[in-house]
Write a protein that binds this ligand. Structure first.
Ligand code: S3P
Length: 160
């Protein structure tokens, strides 16, 4: 069965996916391979809208892959993506954390340049978060609170 991990930036989707399966897929990595440049450069050159179109294509291709997939935090922005995730037989696991914890983690992560983080103030990001949380909760088949838990504990909780 395909398993999608969803959640805001910094919720640990890629880390947890890699622990759940050696054969996991990171959607952002697939997209970067497809577009041939870092996501931040693509946003700057072609805009978020075009990025979302490619993200939808990739999501569609992966739905029946049978693999564990770490999505990008904005995958729920497009109604079409929410429909795909909601109607698929895949397990959709929402890694839930509060905004201040996520903001702290994203700010500390200097390896990943995230345009949505770079281009928005903390207050704007909080609004984006609030809007997305409703979507994550709507389409999740399982919700795991990750705050204060080690990756190992989170994996165990997913597997029980
Ligand atoms: C985005 C999150 C990123 C990446 C892109 C857009 C978003 O993925 O897909 O920068 O809109 O929240 P992560 O959630 O893995 O950081």
């Amino acid at each position: 069965m395909t398993t999608f991990l969803i959640g805001f930036m910094g919720s640990g989707k890629s880390t947890i996916a890699s622990l759940l399966s050696a054969d996991f897929v990171d959607m952002d990595t697939v997209i970067v391979d497809k577009i041939g440049m870092p996501i931040a450069d693509f946003f700057a050159q072609f805009g978020e809208r075009r990025f979302r179109e490619i993200e939808s294509q990739v999501l569609q291709e992966l739905t029946t892959s049978g693999r564990v997939i770490a999505t990008g935090g904005g995958v729920v922005v497009a109604a079409e993506n929410r429909r795909i995730l909601h109607e698929s037989t895949a397990e959709v696991i929402y890694l839930k954390a509060d905004f201040s914890e996520l903001y702290r983690r994203i700010s500390a992560d200097r390896q990943n340049v995230r345009p949505i983080f770079e281009n928005n103030s903390r207050a704007d990001l909080q609004l984006i978060f609030d809007k997305r949380v409703a979507f994550y909760e709507e389409i999740a088949s399982k919700i795991i609170t990750v705050t204060g838990k080690s990756p190992c504990e989170i994996v165990k909780e997913i597997q029980t």
